[in-house]
Every structure is written in structure tokens, then in C-alpha cells.
Design a protein around this ligand. Structure first.
Ligand SMILES: Cc1cn([C@H]2C[C@H](O)[C@@H](COP(=O)(O)OP(=O)(O)OP(=O)(O)O)O2)c(=O)[nH]c1=O
Length: 227
């Protein structure tokens, strides 16, 4: 079954490539600003659902030829990664600037936070051409199944100094990452231990995502995890 990874994250693409899956990429751009007092669960579930809706809208708006390049039904994968402080309420997203990064890192220093990644698989099918209403773009695609998982990993940071924070921000690595760090990059130096999935921290819990796809495709993905 065809898979569309609706994500602009190079990490997610690289992780899915490791599973030797064939998939296409679709970049979706949504407003990821948390709502006032929005819980981590509500935020992350809203993000993956909104990204899926945006992907369906984009696929519906494209030309007929784009539809024909995908075999119906197909799966749209969306994902979102956040940090959550030990209060269980504070959501850590991508830093808007240096000061925002510092404010997150000061609360993550010498303590444990969690990284949550939600993955939503939305199975859609193309409506028969006779039933499509081009003016109602979302009616080109019909959702036939939707499943979501949220994986959590505990991450322990070492004590951070202002100099460490300044050097890390200047590296440029923090800017596009939840919590302002990349465990797969320079940020690894700040992590003393993790408890849970490593790929989940990077941005896609790979084993769990492959199991989700396999469950949705009813075993037709027997080779999905060749290892
Ligand atoms: C904690 C952590 C996050 N990240 C990244 C994964 C995600 O790409 C990013 C969190 O932002 P997201 O909004 O989840 O993802 P994105 O904006 O990069 O891509 P898209 O919304 O199009 O799917 O942080 C790392 O690369 N390493 C890490 O250690």
C-alpha cells in the first residue's frame, strides 16, 4: 500500500528510509503555536490531526495526474514531537529565538524531561471520478481508517551552564527541534541517559510506526521490518 509521509522533517524521512519502505514525501505547513493552557496530549493530538487534514487538502487540490500517481487506498503518515517538563504540563516546542531556547534549557538542566512523539496513520481512498466534486476539494479523498500512537521517552540532561547554552545556540542546531536540541547531533553531549525509544526522541518511534503501518495494512507489510 502506498505511503505518504506528510512531513518536512529530514529526520523523519531518514528514519523511514532506514526501514527500506517505499514512500513519497509531502510537505505540509501548519501553525504549530500551542493554545493557551493546552495540555501536551491535546496539543500533540491536534498537531498530527491538523497535519493530516492539511495533507488531504493538498492532495485533493493537486491535479488529476497527482492522484493517479498514488494507488488508492493509501496511507498518510503525520507526526509531531514535543518535550514535556516534569510538571507534566509544560510543552517544549521549537525555540522561537535564543531567549526562548535558554528559558527551556534552564528548566531542563540537570533534570529529567520527556519527549513525546505522536504518529497518526490516516488511510484514504480516492472517490470514483463520478463521485468527485472538484469544487469541494476534500471530497476527492475519503478517510476510511485513522489510527494514532503516542510514544514517550524519558531524557536526563546534565547540568547546563550559560556558556554551554550560548555555544549550542550559536551552532544553529537547536532552531528546528523540539526542546531546542538534537539527541542525534551535538545535543547528545547534554544527555546523560534515556529511558525508552531513541528514535522516538529523534522524531519517529520507528518500531512502533512500522507496527502501526502493518496493523493498518493487515499483514501485507510482512517485510516492513526486514531485520
Ligand atoms: C527532541 C528532538 C527533536 N528533534 C526534531 C524532530 C522534529 O523534526 C522536530 C520537532 O518538530 P515537529 O513539529 O514535530 O516536526 P517538524 O516541524 O520538524 O516537521 P513536520 O511538522 O513537517 O513533520 O524536532 C530532533 O531532530 N532531535 C531531537 O532530539
Amino acid at each position: 500500500m502506498d505511503i505518504v509521509l506528510a512531513s518536512g522533517s529530514p529526520r523523519r524521512r531518514e528514519l523511514l528510509e532506514r526501514a527500506q519502505l517505499n514512500f513519497t514525501i509531502l510537505s505540509v505547513d501548519i501553525d504549530e503555536t500551542p493554545l493557551d493552557n493546552e495540555s501536551p496530549t491535546d496539543y500533540i493530538e491536534r498537531m498530527v490531526a491538523t497535519k493530516a487534514d492539511a495533507a488531504i487538502q493538498q492532495l485533493s487540490d493537486t491535479s488529476q495526474a497527482d492522484h493517479d500517481s498514488l494507488t488508492s487506498p493509501f496511507i498518510i503518515l503525520t507526526s509531531d514531537t514535543i518535550g514535556v517538563l516534569s510538571d507534566g504540563k509544560t510543552v517544549l516546542v521549537k525555540p522561537v529565538d535564543r531567549e526562548h531556547a535558554y528559558s527551556m534549557w534552564q528548566r531542563m538542566s540537570d533534570s529529567v524531561h520527556e519527549v513525546w512523539t505522536a504518529v497518526q496513520a490516516t488511510q484514504v481512498q480516492l472517490l470514483p471520478k463520478a463521485e468527485r466534486n472538484p469544487s469541494e476539494h476534500t471530497q476527492c479523498l475519503q478517510i476510511i481508517n485513522q489510527q494514532r500512537i503516542t510514544e514517550r521517552t524519558e531524557v536526563t540532561f546534565i547540568p547546563l551552564t550559560t556558556q554551554m547554552m550560548s555555544n549550542y545556540w550559536d551552532s544553529g542546531e537547536p532552531a528546528d527541534k523540539a526542546g531546542g536540541y538534537g539527541i542525534q547531533g551535538l545535543g547528545a553531549a547534554w544527555v546523560s541517559r534515556i529511558n525508552g525509544s531513541y528514535t522516538n526522541v529523534v522524531g519517529l518511534p520507528l518500531a512502533q510506526t512500522l507496527a502501526l503501518i502493518k496493523e493498518m495494512t493487515e499483514g501485507s507489510m510482512d517485510t516492513v521490518n526486514p531485520l
